[in-house]
Design a binder for this molecule. Structure first.
Ligand code: GKR
Ligand code: MG
Length: 418
């Protein structure tokens, strides 16, 4: 079955003012919806980042894939590498590490690869999780992903999620997300306030949710020394501490004395980082993410490496729509050693999705789709609406720091901050 055409549609959807260590989310989150069409009339779907640099690279690569068999994924990867000509992307928003040539290829490859799995599943009449080795769970648990947040974007009406700027606000937000979606574990995005305040928020969560596993992720906002103080305070309270300090060596320094495992989606984000990380035992949990680990089959390779070295596996997320959630769910369902509840930003988007039946959490989990392929269908009207948002929203790349500076000109991006 051959690829005859590829469409890449950038879209934008409403995003609340969520705070993190580099600033605050802008009113719109950007994604790209990829459709891969074939000579047998089957179309596959993929979803990826919407930043202009990445969109341009996907559009540079797409023509090189025309005529390719949908099973020729190795050839697809190498054609993309050639089409990109050795260019490395950049981490402008500052929440993942620096990209290399190889990891840039993996990012561009991912949505096309996912679309091919969707096509193969549809052709065979089997869900993607079957093709990935078979689901070992019927539903994939996700965690409640809490953020400090403003009540509203400056100048706009308050959103339905409310303000969360202190421990009480964070507990209230957790109650809302747990009540709505039934989440059984909780992650707090930190790196926003001095560590003592975030420790206090975790203690408040522990009191309000005595049985929920908890995690804290300051996105490398702390020095190793500060990280160790926090680790000591949160001993026995968090299941893992995510990216407390920058870089593999900084994480290794913390890991050597921290009582809990350290997790990352910042310092081990490509295959070439793993050897060094294992050598110095920098991280005990890797947050996989098929969007940058090179799609579903490479994510399974990552899982095998983690199993080999006794490294735990969890899953990372950025703001995303339902095609991504479908792919994440199939992958997690078919990855036996993914033993932590996955991250997802999905509950923060209440306005719109590009699929006909947006996902609903059942007891904090997404039931694994059992229909052929990814099990989601594109809603053409919604796609057109979100594409129009993209055209009119005025954003072409994520810039949490720039947006924060518009409202607080004295704000500086600093890593580590404390
Ligand atoms: O959406 O603000 C955010 C997050 O901070 C995101 O960009 C991170 O990549 O969720 C991510 C993380 O776990 O570090
Ligand atoms: Mg993280």
């Amino acid at each position: 079955m051959k690829i005859t055409d590829i469409t890449t549609t950038p879209v934008a959807f409403r995003d609340p003012p969520l705070l993190n260590s580099v600033g605050v989310h802008e009113p719109w989150a950007l994604r790209t919806i990829v459709e891969v069409h074939t000579d047998e009339g089957i179309t596959g779907l993929g979803e990826s980042y919407g930043d202009i640099g990445h969109l341009t690279r996907m559009r540079t690569a797409a023509p090189a894939l025309l005529g390719l068999d949908v099973h020729a994924l190795n050839e697809m990867h190498s054609r993309i590498a050639t089409a990109l000509g050795g260019e490395a992307g950049s981490d402008r928003h500052g929440l993942t590490g620096p990209l290399t040539v190889e990891s840039t290829v993996d990012r561009v490859f991912s949505p096309f690869e996912v679309a091919c799995w969707d096509i193969r599943g549809k052709a065979l009449g089997r869900p993607v999780s079957d093709l990935l080795g078979g689901a070992v769970r019927t539903a994939v648990p996700y965690s409640a992903y809490l953020f400090y947040k403003w009540a509203a974007h400056p100048g706009a009406e308050p959103d339905e999620f409310g303000e969360a700027l202190d421990p009480a606000g964070i507990v209230e937000q957790a109650r809302m997300l747990v009540e709505r979606h039934g989440f059984g574990s909780i992650k707090l995005k930190g790196g926003v306030y001095p560590p003592d305040q975030e420790i206090e928020a975790i203690h408040a969560l522990r009191e309000a949710f005595p049985d929920h596993p908890l995690r804290l992720d300051p996105n490398a906002a702390w020095t190793p020394e500060t990280s160790l103080k926090v680790a000591e305070e949160l001993d026995g309270i968090v299941e893992y501490l995510e990216d407390p300090a920058p870089d593999i060596d900084g994480m290794a320094e913390v890991a050597a004395r921290a009582p809990m495992p350290l997790a990352t989606n910042m310092c081990v984000i490509a295959f070439e980082h793993i050897a060094r990380s294992v050598e110095v035992d920098a991280v005990q949990v890797i947050l996989s993410d098929h969007h940058y680990w090179g799609g579903l089959s490479r994510s399974k390779e990552l899982a095998a490496i983690c199993r080999t070295f006794g490294i735990g596996l969890s899953m990372h997320s950025n703001s995303h729509l339902g095609i991504s959630l479908a792919a994440m769910t199939h992958l997690a369902a078919a990855t036996p050693n993914l033993n932590y509840a996955c991250d997802t930003h999905y509950p923060w988007n209440v306005a719109d999705d590009v699929i006909t039946t947006p996902f609903t959490f059942v007891d904090g989990a997404i039931p694994v789709p059992t229909t052929p392929g990814l099990g989601v269908e594109l809603d053409r009207d919604a796609l057109a609406r979100l594409a129009e948002n993209y055209r009119t929203c005025g954003l072409v790349q994520r810039d949490d720091t720039g947006y924060m500076q518009k409202h607080d000109p004295s704000y500086e991006r600093k890593r580590p901050r404390w």
